[in-house]
Each structure stands twice: as structure tokens, then as C-alpha cells.
Design a protein around this ligand. Structure first.
Ligand SMILES: NC(=O)c1ccc[n+]([C@@H]2O[C@H](COP(=O)([O-])OP(=O)(O)OC[C@H]3O[C@@H](n4cnc5c(N)ncnc54)[C@H](OP(=O)(O)O)[C@@H]3O)[C@@H](O)[C@H]2O)c1
Length: 323
């Protein structure tokens, strides 16, 4: 059974306040600490990531997370599983923390559990999963199965996937949170689906997070949902920032605008991410990737300046012209 596997003793449960060892690791000068950590076989300290505070708690959330939908659904293919673990390691080493998955994503949860066995990974991860089952009475068993696949003590965030049976799942999640078995509660949707119902849930439920789609081309969430999230103190996770890669395939045929350099963007992927992250309601975006160079490129999008409202409008106008 996966939950019986040995865990590195230096890893506290995710979401715990950093222990003395972790604080020491992060507080030491980077070069020396990195060498010491490597010599001891531990993960080197992560560089400071660009963060935004969660609206309710003020806890800093790194602006770039990691999705896992198609990219990590690699089954038992040993080489592909190692590649996913390498991507996760590069993500954590680059300062990333939030990893998103769902029982809907085939073997992705199991593959994430595999990646979390690497030294230091459990101490870094903010584990964001979903419940996706009907009727709601089957939710607790699914959540427990997911937790075992990840190999975490508890989830940092559980979201009702695509609002499925949310009326039944949300009471379970709020009860888990009250009992200290979960840190944050949310719901997810994507690609503009069921926005009216999502708005109603955001108005009536004490959510910590909502997950939705926002991209250079798909800006529907800006109309009502993002302002409402700010008003209600709900953190926003943006899924499909590259529309599954389709956005980048279309834009990639065009040269980057000259003004991309003013925002330290060296690629369309960074421009697309900066557009999303520049909205003040957005807590983080969760691009998925199978590639280490892409995960680094995506993390780098959070550094440097983010676009203000007028720069975001210029980006949107360019996307409307090119796409
Ligand atoms: N309802 C929901 O709850 C819901 C729905 C959809 C998605 N999600 C979550 O959101 C995550 C992200 O959405 P997504 O996976 O649909 O699509 P996405 O993140 O918009 O796009 C992923 C694609 O972009 C490519 N990519 C990533 N970084 C790149 C870069 N720097 N340069 C060029 N290409 C790059 C990847 O290819 P490479 O492998 O080649 O990098 C991959 O094919 C999902 O994985 C999932 O966790 C949630």
C-alpha cells in the first residue's frame, strides 16, 4: 500500500509551519546551504518565489503553480514517471509550491505521489486536489484514496471539480477544515462553463479558493467572477492559461511585440502568463508541462514586473488582432 511507504524524516506534513531545520535551510546563504544540502543528500533551498498573499490569511502563495491533467497521466511508463518527477523537482527548486490534480486525471495523482518521494518535495508542496464523484456520499472515500496516492498527511486545498454535486461535497470539505484535516476549501470550473452557478456559490459559500479559466483569449472571468472574488476575499487559481497549448501554437507563428521586453518577457508563454498574473484578483496560475525548460520558463514569468491594467489591455488587444 502506498500510504505505508517510508517518508523522508525531514519532511513535515504539508502546510505545517516550517520547522527549525527548514527555516535554517532557507535562512543560510544560498550557495553554502546548497552545497551542504547536496552533500547531505537533501534538496537545495528553493529561491524566493514571487508570491501574492491569500486574501483571508495573508499566507504567501507563489504565483506560478503546476497543473497535471494530461501531462502527468503517464500510467506505469517508468521513464515518463521519472520525467514527471524531474519536472516536479525543477518546479520546487525554482520556488514553486502548488501542484494541482484530480481523481479525474487518470494516473496523475499516483505520478505526483511518485514525484513527492524525492528528497525535500513533501516539505515544499502545497497539495491541491479535487473531489469528483456523485453521489456526494462517496466523496470521503474518494478523498482518502487520493490522499494515499499523493502520500500527504492532509491536503492543503480540496476543490469540488467542475461543481459536481457541490451541495453535498462542500459540507464535507468545510467539516474536514473545521477538524484540521484540510486547510482550504474551493470549487473549480473551466473554459467559461457554468459561470452563473459558480457566481451563486461564490456569493453564498465561505470559499477560500475558486479555480477557473483565464487566458489572453478567454477573458470572460474578468467580467463578474474576478471582481466578485476580490469582494469576497476568495483566492483565484487560473487553469488552462495556455488553453492546453493551443494558444501558444497559434501565437508562436507571430513575432513577439517589441514591448514584451519592457515586461521582461522572452516568449509568448511568459507573455500569456504575465497577462493572467497581472490581474490583481489572481492568486496563481497552474500551467501544466512535461518539460523542465518549460517549467523554468513558466516560473520565471512571475519575476520582474507584472503588467498594470493599461498594459493588460494592450496585451488583450494584440491577442484579439492575432488570434
Ligand atoms: N475544471 C478543472 O478543474 C480544470 C480544467 C482544466 C484544467 N485544470 C487544471 O489546470 C491545469 C492547466 O491546464 P491544461 O493542462 O489544460 O493546459 P495549459 O496549462 O493551458 O497548457 C498545457 C500545455 O502547454 C504546454 N506548455 C506549458 N508550458 C509551456 C511553455 N513554457 N512553452 C510552450 N508550451 C508550454 C504544455 O506542453 P509541454 O509539455 O510541451 O510543455 C502543455 O501541452 C491542468 O493541468 C489541471 O491541473 C483544471
Amino acid at each position: 500500500m502506498r500510504d505505508k511507504r517510508p517518508r523522508p524524516s525531514q519532511d513535515p506534513p504539508p502546510g505545517s509551519p516550517p520547522g527549525r531545520r527548514a527555516l535554517l535551510r532557507q535562512g543560510l546563504a544560498l550557495g553554502a546551504a546548497g552545497l551542504l544540502a547536496r552533500a547531505a543528500g537533501a534538496a537545495p533551498p528553493a529561491p524566493a518565489a514571487a508570491t501574492r498573499p491569500l486574501p483571508k490569511s495573508g499566507e504567501p502563495l507563489p504565483l506560478v503553480g503546476l497543473g497535471s491533467w494530461i501531462t502527468f497521466n503517464v500510467g506505469r511508463d517508468a521513464a515518463a514517471r521519472e520525467q514527471c518527477a524531474d519536472v516536479m523537482q525543477a518546479f520546487f527548486e525554482g520556488g514553486g509550491r502548488l501542484v494541482d490534480s484530480s481523481p479525474m486525471y487518470g494516473s496523475s495523482q499516483d505520478v505526483i505521489g511518485h514525484g513527492l518521494r524525492r528528497p525535500g518535495a513533501l516539505a515544499r508542496v502545497l497539495a491541491a486536489d479535487k473531489v469528483w464523484i456523485s453521489p456526494g456520499a462517496r466523496g470521503p472515500a474518494q478523498i482518502e484514496a487520493s490522499r494515499r496516492l499523493w502520500g500527504v498527511a492532509r491536503f492543503d486545498l480540496l476543490q469540488v471539480h467542475n461543481l459536481l454535486s457541490w451541495q453535498e461535497h462542500l459540507p464535507t470539505l468545510f467539516e474536514m477544515k473545521a477538524g484540521g484535516r484540510l486547510r482550504h476549501v474551493g470549487v473549480s470550473t473551466s473554459e467559461g462553463r457554468r459561470h452563473a452557478e459558480l457566481e451563486q456559490i461564490m456569493r453564498s459559500q465561505p470559499l477560500d479558493f475558486v479555480q477557473l479559466t483565464l487566458s489572453l483569449r478567454d477573458r470572460r472571468a474578468e467580467e463578474r467572477l474576478l471582481p466578485l472574488a476580490r469582494e469576497r476575499g476568495i483566492a483565484v487559481i487560473v487553469n488552462r492559461p495556455f488553453e492546453g497549448g493551443e494558444l501558444l501554437r497559434s501565437l508562436g507563428r507571430q513575432p513577439l511585440p517589441a514591448w514584451a521586453g519592457e515586461l521582461q518577457c522572452t516568449s509568448w508563454a511568459q507573455l500569456a502568463l504575465k497577462f493572467v498574473l497581472g490581474h490583481p484578483a489572481v492568486g496563481c496560475a497552474i500551467p501544466a508541462t512535461t518539460r523542465i525548460d518549460h517549467v523554468r520558463e513558466n516560473l520565471a514569468a512571475a519575476h520582474g514586473r507584472l503588467p498594470d491594467a493599461s498594459e493588460r489591455a494592450r496585451m488583450a488587444a494584440l491577442a484579439d488582432k492575432l488570434l
